[in-house]
Design a protein around this ligand. Structure first.
Ligand code: PMP
Length: 750
């Protein structure tokens, strides 16, 4: 039977005009018959649907007691039944609520707090309502069943977007999961978005569309309402606070409920974008499916830039609760001084007490968000959900060592070695860059049967005994042990300040000096270790052509060439995956660390079959943790994320944008003597026109950026080079923010 005929037969409306209002499921019509307007609903028949509809009717009946607001009323059919079952369908007629939608209204303070009051009053009334059909309902729009949306994730096309959603799924598990049993449960509307709410002038007058009713955590009512209120707002938290205050006056919230709102709001946004992505697939022409898609994504991307503690503090304070940071900095400093040594240093004049982090953002304990332009270890982003998930899974299944057979060490080794040319086909897994460089020297000397090592001035390769021996940056610093006799120093082949161009002439010039230094030791040098772009040296790309000449000199006299890729490897350079490729050389050994595990301690040495075989003649090599299944799972996840999210390309695109912006600042300020580096590994050297390092200025810039919540470091022999090496999710907008603030600071320091 067609809809009009049903309406006429069962409700006696003879001249019904129908307008189909789309929904995610079921069908809703606006019916006009003569001067009267109604809502007519059609559902697929099922026992469950029938029970849910009956429950909805009871809820509406109970709400009818509330005199201050309007709710839809059920209009019985001619046979006096609240709904009709015919032809595998259920039908019902409801009153239509007249008014301007809250979504179309200018959302004044009064209107927002009125909206909160409506929700509070409604939920208070429903506290006493019990409906079995709703208790058993599992609906993917109910935040309690967030995981029902997991299958929709794959419909989100952009992998970085998908991982942002996965990040919030993960946070939900971490932060909401453990307290879930303590949350109050009740029947709630469960879809109080501003398109379901009507207003009259400055008053919120009613709410409709009860099709998502759920028996769930009470706080979800607000977790659902608030995102829509915050969309497209300059000051989203201020708007949210008004709604919360209105609600709290009617039905007081608990501190626990408020403390998890940040994560629940994010979860609602995730449900929305997941369903839009899926909806686009199944109903490509539907506008309804994607109505909030754009603002939901915008808010979700903004949400990750807001420290969860800031939200908690703002909400708690607005409702009259006290809020204290989870840790006080004085206490942390006191305990640090009690238990750790002064040989460990803290970054920045004003240290930062860190709380949590997400991608390129770090949150402190006071509610501030820092834009991270410094921590290259977090290559694919802080707390990347794929890396965390793979680590968690592996930790919960098996952790052992290389004396047993297990699959993932081989699949990881294969994936890692695929990133190298075929000659580099043996990997030794260790736990850090230091361990890798230490092992590299041991192996190189064992293979070459020589006893001297050539290093670059200002180079750093690790903190072990040998690591310090080969790190001029440490042994030549004040208080350092000095150069050991087996070490040969070569000058840092730095173009800036050399008087040469980077067209090969500078490289040859430094290669010439290096050769002179090598001469007295020819045939004794077993290893040469260098970074392709020197990090601690002050973000210095080795002069073009230098490595090629030195590698051949070293090899001619029987030594091994080691590329330290601990800082620069894994795609950060943008144009190449490894730093040595920038110099068109092929090392005999490569050492890896830092970004390899995105913060998990893992390192590796990659070398040739021939060198590995020489090493096999010595004692067994064993590392308790090196190559354990958990580390391998994490390392593999990192490689996969780099590929999925095309982070190497991003390092190139965002890095070149950032470098251009920094060069523009160089034109503006004579204090910027040099801007250099590749991809997202850049250095800004501050010096006066005579080339005198401006160490103090660099320190001021670093500390003032920190005060503006942007993290960079300084380094180089005079500590006058600003180091920029962010997690690779760092965006062009982040680059613009960084250079904008840098501009202001440099200007103020003139
Ligand atoms: N090599 C280089 C180039 C490094 O920068 C570092 C650490 N800063 C290391 C090796 C040592 O790595 P780790 O601190 O993980 O031992």
């Amino acid at each position: 039977m067609d809809i009009k005929a049903v309406i006429e037969k069962y409700y006696g409306l003879k001249r019904a005009q129908l307008e189909c209002l789309e929904g995610f499921e079921d069908k809703t019509y606006k019916v006009t018959d003569q001067d009267k307007v109604y809502i007519f609903k059609q559902y697929q028949y099922s026992v469950v649907n029938e029970a849910v509809i009956s429950a909805e009717d009871k809820v509406l009946e109970q709400l009818d007691k509330l005199r201050d607001h309007k709710f839809p009323k059920v209009i019985p059919a001619l046979n006096n039944k609240p709904y009709i079952v015919t032809g595998e369908k259920i039908y019902r007629l409801l009153t239509f609520l007249e008014g301007k939608l809250l979504g179309d209204s200018k959302q004044s303070v009064e209107l927002l707090s009125g909206f909160g009051s409506l929700l509070g009053a409604m939920d208070k009334e429903l506290l006493s309502c019990e409906e079995i059909a709703l208790s058993g309902r599992e609906n993917n729009w109910d935040l309690r069943y967030l995981e029902l949306n997991l299958p929709y994730l794959e419909y989100i096309q952009n992998p970085s977007d998908r991982n942002l959603v996965k990040y919030f799924f993960l946070q939900f598990d971490e932060m909401v999961g453990p307290v879930a049993p303590s949350l109050r449960k009740s029947i709630i509307h469960n879809d109080a978005n501003d398109w379901n709410v009507i207003t009259d002038g400055q008053k919120v007058t009613g709410i409709f569309e009860f099709g998502d009713l759920a028996y769930t955590w009470l706080i979800n009512e607000l977790a659902i309402a608030l995102p829509y209120i915050m969309m497209n707002k300059e000051e989203p938290l201020e708007a949210a606070v008004r709604v919360l205050q209105g609600y709290h006056q009617e039905l007081p919230l608990t501190e626990l409920e408020i403390s998890i709102l940040y994560y629940l709001i994010a979860a609602r946004l995730c449900i929305s974008v997941c369903n839009s992505a899926y909806g686009k697939k199944v109903k490509p022409d539907s506008k309804y499916m994607v109505i909030s898609e754009k603002p939901a994504w915008e808010l979700l991307r903004k949400w990750v830039t807001i420290n969860p503690l800031k939200v908690e503090a703002a909400f708690k304070k607005a409702l009259g609760f006290s809020w204290n940071p989870p840790f006080r900095q004085q206490d942390l400093l006191k305990r640090r001084n009690m238990y750790l040594s002064k040989s460990l240093s803290l970054s920045y004049k004003k240290p930062i007490s860190m709380y949590r982090a997400a991608f390129q953002y770090m949150y402190d304990t006071d509610g501030n968000t820092f834009l991270d332009a410094y921590n290259n270890i977090m290559l694919v982003g802080h707390c990347h959900p794929k890396v965390v998930a793979e680590g968690q899974k592996a930790l919960a299944s098996l952790n052992t060592n290389t004396r047993y057979l297990y699959d993932n060490i081989y699949s990881y080794a294969e994936k890692l070695l695929n990133k190298f040319p075929v000659s580099l086909n043996r990997v030794f897994f260790v736990n850090s860059g230091s361990e890798a460089s230490d092992l590299a020297i041991r192996m190189a000397l064992a293979h070459s049967k020589k006893n001297k090592v050539m290093v670059l001035e200002h180079g750093y390769h690790g903190s072990t005994w040998t690591g310090i021996d080969i790190s001029h940056y440490k042994y030549a610093s004040s208080g350092g042990q000095g150069k050991k006799p087996y070490i040969i120093e070569a000058p840092m082949p730095k173009v800036f300040g050399s008087g040469y161009e980077d067209d090969g002439t500078c490289g040859s010039y430094y290669a010439g000096i290096t050769k002179q230094r090598m001469l007295p030791h020819m045939k004794d040098i077993g290893a040469f270790i260098a970074e392709p772009v020197m990090g601690c040296g002050g973000q210095v790309p080795l002069a073009r052509g230098y490595l090629k000449e030195i590698y051949s000199l070293i090899r001619e006299q029987g030594g091994v060439c080691i590329s330290d890729e601990v800082q620069v490897g894994f795609g950060r350079m943008g144009q190449s995956f490894w730093g040595y490729d920038l110099h068109d050389v092929l090392p005999d050994m490569v050492i890896l660390g830092k970004p390899m595990g995105n913060g998990h301690p893992i390192g590796a040495l990659v070398t040739t079959d021939e060198i590995a075989r020489s090493f096999e003649k010595g004692p067994e090599f064993f590392s308790s943790f090196g190559g354990n299944p958990v580390s391998c799972a994490i390392g593999k996840a990192v490689l996969e994320v780099i590929e999925e999210e095309e982070l190497q390309k991003s390092a190139m695109d965002v890095g070149s944008h950032l470098k251009t912006l920094l060069k523009e600042l160089q034109n503006k300020y004579s204090t910027i003597a040099d801007v250099r580096g590749y991809g997202m590994f850049l250095g800004v050297e501050l010096a006066d026109p005579q080339g005198i390092p401006l160490t103090d200025v660099a320190q001021k810039v670093k500390n003032q950026l920190r005060d503006k919540h942007i993290l960079v470091g300084t380094d180089g022999p005079f500590d006058n080079v600003i180091k920029i090496k962010p997690p690779l999710p760092f965006s062009k907008r982040n680059a613009e923010k960084l250079t904008y603030e840098l501009d202001l600071i440099l200007n103020s320091l003139l």
